[in-house]
Design a protein around this ligand. Structure first.
Ligand code: MN
Length: 743
């Protein structure tokens, strides 16, 4: 397959065989189980694929993926799959082999990881995207397989270690990216060692002078520091051993970049920074109680500073870090931080997410990403970090999620520009529209998902690209409350509807007061209240609203008030209008529908409109008596009532339309025509131009140059609908417009 001999003689660098053996040794030492055949196969594939190319340093290119694989094996110590993926990570990008070839040879798990690594590279190298965007894309790939990110971090680490071979511009760019994107990501994933090394390597490139001066200063103070650490460690070691503890104790200086950071932040020279190193006690035990015991022993020797005690065992950090931290007064009165943790906690501290995977593997569980609640929690936290832009927003969202989205899963969808939005599962295009901007939500009439128009109540899926269609004439309607699931959208819609209700109420009140003033009828609040109750309105406000929307005419109210006479008496002797009086007047000015030809037509009806056929005033209608919800009004030609109509079912009643005021009804139109640019715009324009008709939703499919769409509109009656149909038929390219009978 490969020609190692040729390569060997052609280059002065380590031979492939030597490299392979070094890698396998690394795997045997660090991995719990390792399929050596797989590693060999991936190794030779990598060798073959990259055989033609060289690195900037002049080395054969394959040395890079092999080194990356060694980093994955040693520093992340996850599994053989990620080592194999590391060997193959540059194959798609840099050679003639395709993703398909890798999939055929190694299966989908490995090819998926390689694919993700390639994509991450694309994302970061695409200079048009913002930094935040990069995080998010990284995050998305993380959801698929965390190993892709681990491989990418190892890749970046090796590139940083060998950065000297690159041009100064490329060095700067790589270092900047590393500090801005990769190091924080390593930190988020709990990969402490990787993070420190990445930081120091980038620091060296970006601030070479500062780097050198910190390194030099550390070097100069080294022997003094080491002697100090010994004076601290030795008594602790003896004391803990005397109490039977098994442990390891170290005193390592922190990484250069974090020291530099402290100097800059505190504006102090190196000599005045005392926490240059951390003393670490790693206990060989599974019992976290021993950490507290060890803490107790340490504080018998050195006085702790109580306010510096941090218990990350009881309350772990969000990235899973667990440890006790205490600062004690060391020799010469210098404060020294001591960290106490078990071996398992230390694994997590150093290797973060990879340690979780390993732990799973030790339990004999195949480490997957999906069904691990700990990892899930972790991901949740990572999401939070990247998604919540400001503290205020984060707090607000937290409240929201507590109320609404506590147990909901989340989906990730994109704007047309590729910006990511996080929504709860079940979210609709309306939620998306409100998530972008309340104005967009307000005027939303529909949405395109992945280029196709969907209904407003379509359930969005992760990965959907959503484009919102708006019309300036659109306003929120009552059924939107049922469509939206996010708190933001729900509260906005509710606020808007309440405001509309308030305005209608105000209109109704003004209408009535004007009428009463003209008739010189005094306005008495308590009388109005009584009339309201008589008309089955909850209170005066509800009565004003009914007046405002035209459900009750002012004459009816005037009549009822007038009948009782201009009363000067107390409320005891003001007679309530009787049921007969109300029915009598209601019949004259009836709202909604009326029964025809039966004795029951004298009492107000409890009714609702069937959702199957959505009858509108002007339609030929029948009613079906239901249990509990009065009469359900259907169109006579609705297929759900055909049998009842044919058999003249006893529950069927004949109805006619009464006065419906300015109430609006839902009707759907099915439109077909040429799928030409601007067609949707022409249609929506024609609809809204007709008496300012509101569109509830649009749903369009197109195939072979023809489109077919269902438009759901708010109309007042059949006449109104007919006018719209007429207008639509006149649009160039429209073939048919028919009323849609519904599903
Ligand atoms: Mn690479």
């Amino acid at each position: 397959m490969s020609t190692p001999q040729v390569l060997q003689s052609a280059s002065p660098f380590a031979s492939p065989d030597v490299l392979l053996e070094a890698l396998l040794a690394e795997c045997r030492a660090s991995l719990l189980c390792c399929d050596e055949q797989l590693i060999r196969k991936a190794f030779y594939f990598c060798l073959e694929a990259h055989k033609e190319s060289l690195r900037a340093s002049g080395e054969p290119y394959y040395t890079h993926p092999v080194e990356v694989a060694r980093i994955v094996a040693r520093e992340i110590a996850l599994d053989d799959i990620s080592v194999a993926a590391a060997l193959l990570h540059d194959v798609i990008e840099d050679t003639d082999f395709t993703l398909h070839d890798i999939q055929a040879e190694f299966g989908t798990t490995i090819s998926d990881i390689v694919d993700s690594v390639t994509k991450i590279a694309d994302i970061v190298e695409n200079r048009t995207i913002t930094e935040a965007e990069t995080y998010r894309k990284l995050l998305l790939s993380l959801i698929r397989d965390v190993r892709a990110i681990l491989v990418k971090l190892a890749d970046r680490l090796h590139n940083m270690r060998t950065i000297d071979a690159l041009s100064p511009e490329r060095r700067q760019r790589l270092a900047r990216e590393t500090l801005d994107i990769y190091a924080p990501f390593a930190h988020r994933l709990g990969l402490a060692n990787l993070k420190w090394e990445l930081e120091d390597l980038a620091f060296k490139v970006l601030h070479p002078e500062a780097y050198l001066s910190v390194a030099r200063a550390l070097q100069e103070t080294r022997s003094e520091r080491e002697a100090y650490i010994q004076r601290l460690i030795t008594p602790i070691e003896q004391h803990l051993r005397a109490h039977g503890l098994q442990f390891e104790i170290t005193g390592r200086p922190k990484n250069l970049y974090s020291i530099y950071h402290k100097m800059v932040n505190r504006g102090k020279p190196l000599e005045e920074i005392y926490d240059l190193f951390a003393i670490r006690i790693i206990l060989d035990t599974d019992d976290s109680n021993e950490c507290y015991f060890a803490y107790g022993l340490v504080t018998q020797l050195f006085t702790p500073i109580p306010e510096r005690f941090k218990d990350f065992i009881a309350v772990p950090k969000k990235n899973g870090y667990r440890s006790l931290h205490t600062t004690v007064i060391g020799p010469e009165g210098r404060p020294v931080e001591i960290q106490i943790r078990t071996r398992a906690m230390h694994e997590v501290a150093e290797r973060g997410v990879a340690a979780h995977f390993r732990y799973k593997a030790e339990q004999g569980v195949i480490p997957t990403w999906k069904d691990d609640p700990e990892l899930e929690e972790w991901i949740q936290w990572v999401r939070d970090l990247f998604e919540k832009r400001s503290r205020e927003e984060a707090a607000q969202e937290l409240l929201e999620s507590l109320r609404l989205n506590l147990y909901q899963d989340e989906i990730y969808v994109f704007t047309p520009k590729g910006e990511l939005k996080r929504l709860p599962k079940g979210a609709t295009p309306l939620d998306f529209a409100f998530a972008i901007h309340t104005e967009i939500g307000h005027h939303c009439i529909g949405a395109k998902v992945n280029g196709r128009i969907v209904p407003l109540d379509y359930k969005l899926q992760t990965g959907d690209q959503v484009e919102i269609l708006t019309s300036k004439h659109q306003t929120p309607s009552r059924d939107w409350e049922q469509i939206v699931v996010t708190h933001k959208a729900k509260s906005y819609v509710r606020r808007y509807l309440n405001e509309q209700r308030r305005l209608k109420q105000q209109e109704g009140q003004q209408l009535l007061e004007k009428r009463l003033r003209r008739l010189h009828i005094p306005i008495r609040e308590e009388e109005l209240e009584r009339v309201a109750h008589a008309l089955k309105c909850e209170n005066r406000s509800a009565l004003f609203y009914a007046l405002g929307v035209g459900a009750i005419s002012p004459e009816l109210v005037v009549n009822l008030l007038h009948r009782n006479g201009p009363s000067q008496t107390t409320e005891d002797d003001t007679p309530l209008p009787t049921v007969e009086q109300v029915a009598e007047i209601a019949r004259q000015q009836s709202a909604g529908v009326e029964l025809v030809g039966t004795p029951t037509d004298r009492t107000p009806l409890l009714y609702s409109y069937a959702r199957c056929c959505n009858p509108i005033p002007g339609d030929d209608i029948v009613g079906v008596i239901t249990i509990g919800s009065g009469i359900r009004v259907h169109r006579r030609n609705c297929k759900n009532v055909q049998e009842m109509v044919a058999t003249n079912h006893p529950r069927l009643v004949q109805l006619r339309w009464g006065n419906v005021g300015s109430e609006e009804f839902i009707a759907a139109l099915r439109i077909t025509g040429d799928d030409r640019p601007g067609m949707l715009h022409n249609i929506t324009k024609a609809v809204v131009a007709c008496d300012r008709t509101n569109i509830r939703s649009v749903n369009i499919d197109s195939y072979g140059g023809i489109f077919e769409g269902i438009f759901t509109l708010y109309v007042r009656n059949t006449e109104h609908l007919e006018r719209i149909i007429d207008k639509l038929r006149k649009i160039r390219g429209v073939h048919t417009v028919v009323r849609f009978e519904g599903a």
